[in-house]
Design a protein around this ligand. Sequence first.
Ligand SMILES: [Fe+2]
Ligand SMILES: [Fe+2]
Length: 132
Amino acid sequence: MALFEWDDRFSVGVTEMDNHHKKLFDILNKLFDDAREGKGAEAVAGTIGELIRYTEYHFAEEEAKLANSAYPHLADHKAKHRAFVDQLKDYKAQADSGGGIFVVNKVAQTGTDWLKTHILQVDQEYEQYLAK
Ligand SMILES: [Fe+2]
Ligand SMILES: [Fe+2]
């Protein structure tokens, strides 16, 4: 069972960005499954590392797109991205120092909640500024 299933309500109107968001939810679902299946610390650390790397990649791509448009809230948007990456890195440090299953569940849950809210309240607003 997946923690979250993407549907059209979460579309930002840009296929490439929707695909990035779907991939992020896939990794978060994998993390949730790792926790449920009692995967070892190494597997879990690997999935959290994958989440951080893909999140950083997505944010860089999204920010580059917005920097090339008339989007007026880039500095604030970037700050929100940075804060999330910092939070993920903090969770990774907790997981690496023996936080175990509790940390993994927390990353999957809070990561999924953050991403849903960020897409609906922040990302969905940028479509109108992007050139078609
Ligand atoms: Fe964003
Ligand atoms: Fe995004």
